[in-house]
Structures are given as C-alpha cells and as structure tokens.
Design a protein around this ligand. Sequence first.
Ligand SMILES: [Fe+2]
Ligand SMILES: [Fe+2]
Length: 347
Amino acid sequence: MKDLTARTTAAGSTARRRRVLGLAGLAATGLMALPGASQAAEEVVRSGHPTRRDIAILRFLAAAELVETDLWQQYAELAVGNPAYREALEAIDDDLPVYTVDITEDELSHAEFINAFLRSVGAEPVNLDPFRTIEPPRVQGLRPTRRLTNLTALTIDTSYYTRYQSMRNPDFGATFPQIATIRDQPAIPTADGLSDRILAGIARVAAFHFPSIEVAGTSLYDQFVPFVANRDVLRIVSSIYATEAIHYAIFRDSLTGVSAFRSGDGKLIVPDLTEGGHGSAHVMPKRCDFLDRRFPTCSVIRPSSQEKAGAQAVARGLTASNLFKGQSPAFFRALSSLARAADGGAA
Ligand SMILES: [Fe+2]
Ligand SMILES: [Fe+2]
C-alpha cells in the first residue's frame, strides 16, 4: 500500500507541475491579464491532467466498486445457482434474481473502467486481490472462492427508507428512525437444506441490504462532484453517480414486496411494506432542505456532505455493517488510507 501511495503522490506532483506550467504558459501569452482569465485558468485544470485529489477520489471509487462487485457477485451466483434462495427472493419481487445478475455486470464495468482510466493517466490502479481472504459459506450455487466481503452477519442501517420520505436532510443534522431491525443476520444461505421460514428471513435481509449499498454509493459519488477539477474525471464521477441512483431506486421499489417477519430472538424484525404499508408506495424522494435554508426545499440526493457521505463516512458505515467481518488489519489500513486521501487528507 505504501508503494501505491508513493506512486499516487508522484502522479499528484506531476499533475501540479503541469498545472503550474499551463498557467505560466497562459501568463506568457498575456491571457492572464485579460478579463475572463480566471475562467481560462479553470479550463486548463478542467482539460489538463487530473489533480492529485482527482486521482485519490477515483482510487477510492475503484475500491468501492471492487467491493460492490464482490458482494453482488455472491448474490448473483446464489440467485442463479441456488433454487431455494432464488424462490425466497422471488417471493418478494419476481425480478430480484435477474437484477442481482445485471447489477453485478454494472459494478464490474465501473471498477474496470475507473482502473483503466487511472492507468491511462499514469496513476496506480487499485487491486484488492490480496484481500480476497473471506471463506464464503459452502452452499449450493456459491463458488468456494475467497471473497472481499462477508454477507453472513449483517447489521443493516435501514434509515434510508425513512430519510427519503422525510423533508429533513441529514446534512442539516436530521436523523431518521429505522424501518426494520436487522442485527448480525445472514443475507445469504449459510447451509444447504434451510427451512422455508429461515430462507424467507434471509431473503428479507438481502432485500434491505440491496438498497442500503446503492444509497450509500449514490451519496458517495454525489458528495465528490464539487471536489473534482478535471473534466474527464467529472464526467466519470457524475455519470456513474447516476447509475448508482438508478440502482437504489429499483431496489427501494422492490421493498414494496416485503411482508412482516420476526425472528424468535428479535434480531430480525421487518414490518409489512406490502399494500402501501409504512408509506412504501411513496418511492419518490420528498423535497428537503438543500445547500442553504434561505432557498426553497428541493428534491435531491441526501446526504451530500463529506462529513455524512464522504469516503471515510462510507468506509465507517460499511465496516459497522459487518460487511468486512473477518478481514485482515491490512485491509482496514488500506481502506482508511484510500478514504482519507479521497476526502482530501493525507493518505
Ligand atoms: Fe457501482
Ligand atoms: Fe452500485
């Protein structure tokens, strides 16, 4: 990781040098003295080499996309190769199995594209292969290869559901209640031959996990937008951002097929969201406070502040969900280093 960081830092100073040279060139031609010069200088940054921060943002996003790919891959393998699990998902929404396959393709394309772009500008791509250390459960349909993520003991923050139904914004300090209780629960089968009732609980955990991942990804991309300097990097961040929002919207809609469930130990309690229960039919985001309360409320992605949705916030949230349960200390060090740099701090 040190080596990677050093190379990124080197790429960053090259970027700074190029920016300085570019500005010097403008000054020499007299452009800097003309009205609109700051706009011209801005253009140099936008069309020139990505800045050090741009690279750090893309590197964290590459890591996030590799994590997304890893978890969706497990869901897709099971949706295709484990009929009992597939049926439990279909009982919530007929389309869930095919969505898991399609979204795995999307996430893989995000990771591959960002890493290819990083390479093209002389920056180090992100490789998380050394951290594929987690043994998945030995169950029908799931390949016995080691993974980055653990889907067997998830604690899911389900407040995204109430957040988007509220006119208040977490960036202004608002907090939101959970719609379900999901503590230390498997989202995939942990053994073959589980009862239909146990599988019904597992499928509900998965159905709540799907939008929770995509809603965090949407806010993560959104909050990076104001920090991007280079035009191509801006296009990458804003274009992938939109597909993450589509993912969230689709999986949020699937929750309208979730009926009530309660486990004996009370660690899994899900309300009835069918027939419009708990406002489930209102899938569109409400308008909320945005930017400054002097303005009218506005229907936007929330949160979009670095504090609530930045790389370090996302890394903390994913870690708290037990998605990385069993990962090595080296993995968490690498993740925090990438996250700090993306948030504009030292790697
Ligand atoms: Fe993605
Ligand atoms: Fe995604």
